[in-house]
Ligand binder design. Structure first.
Ligand SMILES: Nc1ncnc2c1ncn2[C@@H]1O[C@H](COP(=O)(O)OP(=O)(O)O)[C@@H](O)[C@H]1O
Ligand SMILES: Nc1ccn([C@@H]2O[C@H](COP(=O)(O)OP(=O)(O)O)[C@@H](O)[C@H]2O)c(=O)n1
Length: 228
């Protein structure tokens, strides 16, 4: 895979609410790269499975559903991404509490992951991409030229997610969000196949006490230095 990957591949991994998508899309915009949100792909499958009443514990049913599903990520204004599933724009439904509660289950199955990883590698093949997720630097794109691992305290991540969901109009409690994030982190980091992990050669950034601009500036400086 790696020798076929074009130049300018940046991996951003970390747990929920660490700030990956916020900074990854800003970084991509600054560098003129494409931003690819792999979490949105798992969310898209979870959403479709919920809609179609597929048993979320049935690996074969989920793998078969995925093989019949097209998931396209399209660049939108301000570096955002629109997610098109089977031709329909589902972007605004991907961050619902129902999807939040089921996505890590769906993403835990090896057959689902191997198909997603293959699609993600295809998307990155041309280079000039910033891809964010859980296993990008360790597994999807192990030869990425720059790898970041973002983290933040559980409290900071829960508060950020709570504010974000409140802004989106969902009625949420900080307590529930903290529990959900903790549960999802545990599922993501304990699954046997390509778990959430920091690559040995990743740059670790703890964003707990950092402003978004500060995080982006630090990442940009590292990318410019490494990519020349
Ligand atoms: N460094 C930061 N400081 C404060 N808030 C942040 C920071 N990074 C991200 N946020 C906010 O936290 C929320 C979650 O960030 P997001 O990028 O979705 O995290 P992730 O993709 O890692 O789950 C967003 O509303 C975002 O604006
Ligand atoms: N590369 C990836 C990306 C996401 N995921 C799964 O998808 C879920 C949602 O990812 P996300 O990046 O949209 O989630 P947030 O960090 O934004 O909360 C994660 O909790 C993982 O279970 C994964 O397994 N591998």
């Amino acid at each position: 895979m790696t020798k076929e990957t074009g130049a300018g591949v940046i991996a951003v991994d970390g747990p929920a609410g660490a700030g990956k998508s916020t900074v990854a899309r800003r970084l991509a915009a600054e560098l003129g790269f494409l931003y690819l949100d792999t979490g949105a792909m798992y969310r898209a499958l979870a959403l479709k499975a919920l809609h179609e009443g597929v048993d979320l514990r049935d690996e074969a049913a989920l793998a078969s559903l995925l093989s019949d599903t097209t998931i396209d990520l399209y660049p939108a204004p301000e570096g955002r991404v629109r997610v098109i599933v089977d031709g329909a724009d589902v972007t605004d439904h991907l961050r619902s509490p129902e999807v939040n509660a089921s996505v890590a289950l769906v993403a835990g199955f090896a057959s689902v992951r191997s198909e997603m990883v293959s699609r993600q590698r295809d998307m990155a093949r041309q280079g000039a991409v910033v891809m964010d997720g859980r296993d990008i630097g360790t597994f999807v794109l192990p030869d990425a030229e720059v790898k970041f691992f973002l983290t933040a305290s559980l409290e900071a991540r829960s508060e950020r997610r709570c504010q974000e969901l409140t802004r989106l109009g969902y009625d949420v409690s900080l307590e529930r969000i903290r529990e959900e994030i903790q549960h999802r982190d545990l599922l993501d980091s304990s699954r046997p196949y390509a778990p959430l992990a920091m690559a040995e050669d990743a740059v670790l950034i703890d964003t707990t006490h950092m402003e978004v601009n500060e995080v982006v500036a630090r990442m940009l400086a590292i990318c410019r230095h490494r990519l020349g």
